[in-house]
Design a protein around this ligand. Sequence first.
Ligand code: HEC
Ligand code: HEC
Ligand code: HEC
Length: 452
Amino acid sequence: MKLSFLLSALLTAGLGFATTAFAQDDSLVAQGKYLATAGDCAACHTSDGGKPFAGGLAIATPIGNIVASNITPSKTDGIGDYSEAEFARAVREGVRRDGANLYPAMPYTAYAKISDADIHALYTYLMQGVQPVDVAAPETKLPFPFSIRASMWGWNLLFLDDTRFTPDPARDAAWNRGAYLAEGLEHCSTCHTPRNFLMAEKSGDALSGASLGTWYAPNITSDPVHGIGGWSVDDIATYLSTGRSDHGSEAGGPMLEAINKSLSHLSPGDIHALATYIHSIAAKAGQVAPGDTAQAAPLDDDVALMNGTASAGANLYADHCSTCHQAGGEGGNGLPALLGNAALRRPVADNVAMAILEGLTPRDGLANSQAMPGFGQVMDDSQVATLTNYLFAKLGDAGVQITPARVAALRAGGAPSPLLALARDGMIAAAVVVVLVILALLIWLLRRRRAA
Ligand code: HEC
Ligand code: HEC
Ligand code: HEC
């Protein structure tokens, strides 16, 4: 009797303990899953049609394809043998369990800001919430000298700031949470900040706008004219979760991808925090449109179109665009206006040409929304340029123009695009430059020795 009581008491206590531990782990797994979405880990670590996190996706970089690792808890082919400390070192410092350097195609430069607590949750999720997949990801084979992983130490020396995020005590909790997410897991600056000749972000011009080779990531500082100074915190939050704003912006290209895969899954609190932080970014003019004046009058070619005296641009607009955007560009019936559209206030015409070439889809699952078809098949490069230039002349800044050659480059996926490569592939291009500079320095030193 006594014994059975003791046993059952022990059992109950044991079970109780087990349940609590399980519940704790459960919420930790859920938290880790959420953070993995914020950091978009699955986007790179899952191959097309492959099992989640099993790796194998080849990421194209200027120096060759870099294959994302299997990060499932498989003991044979994944990170099953990683301790939490080894995992933290890989994610924040770019060093693998065996001590080899990772290529910065893995964005450890941004993830360096991740806190210990969030690393713990990410680790718990990957170890307990993800199915192990015992299939090896193909090996990365780069040409010499990049095949030597140790060549990354020089690059890290120059560009890896591996300090954790430190909260600003003068700001409130929402601002600090937003800054933590924006600078770390969400890394907004990889796209929105212009870079210097060594491909490092110009911190003094943070978030003031940069070209990604095809799409232009606009100025999102608080500059009232060139940035989003006129947007409220709520306007920014709405855009980050829906891809739309009342300021004439509809997200396309890489921003739409970020919204679909990551931002639209964040909690309202985190979206609000991100918006609070972005709203506070000091104003910078960034790259400015030449004339810097936006026209405010609707298109008015009706009479000329009837007389047959309208310009080529006006004819293209009437033939392909006015059914949805209306004759004057006012939009309506849920379709956006081109009059006052943010795409026509950019310092470059690329995003308008990209929208015409590829079309534009609203965020996944957004209610009551329509898509714009692409016209890349029905219009040639010079027609796209003529139409784009017509719209800028009439509704935007007449000084902003695009050439058929530039349209051809956009159609082909952009001119060689260090920035997109940097955003997606984490600054590999910079590594090339740094290796070359170091080599040049060594040769120069050797020559001087010989001369002496
Ligand atoms: C932009 C693409 C990209 C994203 C996003 C990304 N990774 Fe990676 N990751 C890579 C690539 C590529 C490698 C392999 C690099 C190499 O072989 O040098 C890698 C390697 C790793 C490794 C080392 C595994 C090993 O032994 O080879 C870990 C751990 C890892 N990633 C975890 C994460 C986590 C956690 C996240 C999300 C917070 C994440 N990654 C997001 C591209 C990415
Ligand atoms: C992969 C590149 C990329 C990343 C990462 C990215 N953006 Fe963007 N962003 C863009 C591009 C490109 C556009 C222009 C889209 C368009 O006009 O169709 C844009 C547009 C915007 C706009 C609209 C500005 C306007 O004037 O219309 C805001 C606001 C914005 N981004 C905020 C952010 C924030 C905040 C983050 C981080 C949480 C972020 N972006 C991350 C590429 C990116
Ligand atoms: C079938 C209707 C339809 C037609 C035809 C159409 N559009 Fe659109 N357009 C849209 C919709 C819908 C959006 C907003 C999509 C979204 O929310 O992502 C849009 C957005 C745009 C934008 C904003 C791009 C940005 O990055 O914010 C521009 C510029 C544009 N259209 C120009 C044109 C031009 C030029 C034509 C003619 C070649 C055209 N559209 C034809 C429906 C249309």
